[in-house]
Design a protein around this ligand. Structure first.
Ligand code: G3P
Length: 223
């Protein structure tokens, strides 16, 4: 399973990219607004693109297919390998279908059930983004949707990549991998939390202390 960073924050993206663990970045209007409500979106997206050579999803804000397609044209002028992120609404599917005909990559976002994912796949979506955490927030089991989508995809031989989004904690990352998601897009905090373990820190301290003891003994012998 690949990991993407779900962020529009340059420092977070720079750091995660420097670790070599992310192969893409997903953004949305809320993440951009969180950075700065007056943000220059084009400038920020191009900054992110220069930091992460891989996948970069940029979301449209129109709610009609023609508007979405106009925005997609504009984004593709910024950088031609952009993935156009489109909401899971009927007009969105219409836009996805047109973009798919032009071989433009699309990420259908705000998916909350497997039939929405199926429709997005059939329209030609490259990625289907299932919002796990927001489903959990309602008392549902968000990961169950990822499991169902994986099962349907395997039975039917479907091709859209399954993207687990709205990740809230490291267990979501683990469960996404076990459920067969192709990608999990994670905010910086749970991504960094998932890298650590108290026994790793304890073990490293012991190794360093023991090494220092050895060096001290060698220094004593030499003196
Ligand atoms: O990028 C879309 C998704 O990951 C949003 O997550 O935390 O706002 O539910 P969240």
């Amino acid at each position: 399973m690949e990991l993407y960073l779900d962020s529009a924050n340059i420092e977070e993206i720079r750091h995660a990219a420097s670790l070599g663990i992310i192969s893409g970045v997903t953004t949305n209007p809320s993440l951009l607004a969180k950075e700065d409500p007056k943000i220059d979106v084009r400038k920020r997206i191009l900054e992110i693109h220069s930091l992460v050579g891989g996948h970069l999803s940029v979301e449209v804000i129109s709610t009609d297919a023609d508007g979405m397609l106009r925005e997609a044209d504009e984004i593709l002028k910024w950088f031609p390998e952009a993935t156009i992120k489109i909401p899971m609404i009927p007009e969105g599917l219409k836009a996805v279908s047109k973009l798919s005909d032009q071989d433009v990559e699309t990420n259908v976002t705000l998916i909350f059930n497997p039939v929405q994912a199926l429709a997005a796949n059939n329209a030609g979506a490259t990625y289907v983004s299932v919002f796990v955490g927001r489903l959990d927030d309602t008392g549902a089991d968000g990961m169950e949707v990822i499991r169902d989508v994986r099962e349907i995809w395997d039975i039917q031989g479907l091709s859209s990549l399954i993207l687990a989004a709205s990740i809230r904690h490291p267990i979501h990352i683990l469960e996404s991998a076990k459920a067969g998601a192709d990608i999990a897009t994670c905010p910086y905090k749970p991504l960094m939390q998932s890298l650590g373990h108290p026994l790793t820190d304890k073990g490293l301290s012991a190794f360093l202390e023991d090494y220092k003891k050895m060096q001290d003994e060698i220094a004593k012998l030499k003196s």
